[in-house]
Write a protein that binds this ligand. Structure first.
Ligand code: PAF
Length: 280
């Protein structure tokens, strides 16, 4: 596996690949890799001849009181995991390489960022869209792979790619869960033992929501059911529970023929977890 730190090195490698006629898949990450990321690599390999992964903890997408400084990092371990899984090129720029000067251009995707994490983390999706747009310009992949755990992020990137005619196929990939149901996340490492146990209420409440949907419950009833289930955990502090049309992320009063998303964000101590259920 090749490891490069600069855009120049990255571009010369991707140019060589294109000259050989190779198609390029791209897996952007913030590192501290887990099986969720690895499942993106597996899918990326199926779609192209070579796989580029980036590891960059993007300061632009963290708010002033968020966890930028303590975000878990372990580049050595990540390198081993990426290589074992068959990543061909690992791009690990530092902040100076990604933002050599103060960024005066910000990508702002409207509408789909109004609710959910967009509402509770102001500016977060501007940071995500801006860095992903930059990474797409640097790597120029044929396809790019994103976990559906952050369904709103997928909707934002799909909207950006469509609006700006970026020639990248954005491929959403299923949520990967621990054996007990907890959605995999680099942030799970923050959870204390009791928080980890109570955090199971997220996936369990989504499972109950699925059953309630099949029994004909309304979006409002399902939302109440999830709130009651999670609130029964003393350490849980709900940020949001929403039932929305997908990918528009508009609220719905009734279930119809269109896809919908049940999304939630909950804090346990200093850890904010998200999870969702998508019905298409
Ligand atoms: O999902 C993530 O890890 C990040 O938001 C991304 C897409 C790598 C952009 O920094």
């Amino acid at each position: 596996m090749n490891i490069v730190k600069t855009v120049t090195e990255l571009r010369s490698w991707t140019a060589e690949q294109r000259a050989k006629g190779n198609r390029i898949s791209f897996v952007p990450t913030m590192g501290y890799l887990h099986e969720g990321h690895m499942s993106l690599v597996d899918l990326a390999k199926q779609h192209a001849d070579v796989v580029v992964m980036s590891i960059f903890v993007n300061p632009l997408q963290f708010g002033p009181n968020e966890d930028l400084e303590r975000y878990p990092r372990d580049l050595e371990r990540d390198q081993v995991m990426a290589e074992k899984r068959g990543v061909d090129l690992l791009f690990v720029p530092d902040v100076k390489e990604m933002y050599p000067q103060e960024t005066k251009t910000v990508i702002q995707v409207k509408g789909v960022t109004d609710r959910l994490c967009g509402a509770s983390r102001p500016g977060h999706f501007d940071g995500v869209a801006t860095v992903v747009c930059k990474l797409f310009n640097m790597v120029q992949p044929d396809s790019a792979f994103f976990g559906q755990k952050d369904a709103q992020q997928v909707a934002v990137i799909q909207q950006m790619v469509q609006d700006l005619n970026i020639p990248v196929q954005v491929i959403p990939c299923p949520i990967v869960r621990e054996k007990d149901g907890l959605a995999m996340s680099s942030r799970n490492v923050y959870l204390k033992e009791e928080e980890r146990i109570q955090a199971l209420s997220l996936s369990q409440s989504l499972q109950e929501a699925r059953d309630a949907y099949s029994k004909g419950k309304t979006p409002a009833e399902i939302r109440e059911l999830i709130i009651a289930r999670i609130s029964s955990q003393p350490l849980a502090d709900i940020d949001y529970v929403e039932v929305l049309a997908y990918p528009s992320l508009e609220p719905i009063e009734e279930f119809g023929d269109t896809s919908f998303l049940i999304a939630l964000a909950v804090r346990f101590g200093k850890t904010r977890l998200i999870d969702n259920l998508m019905m298409t």
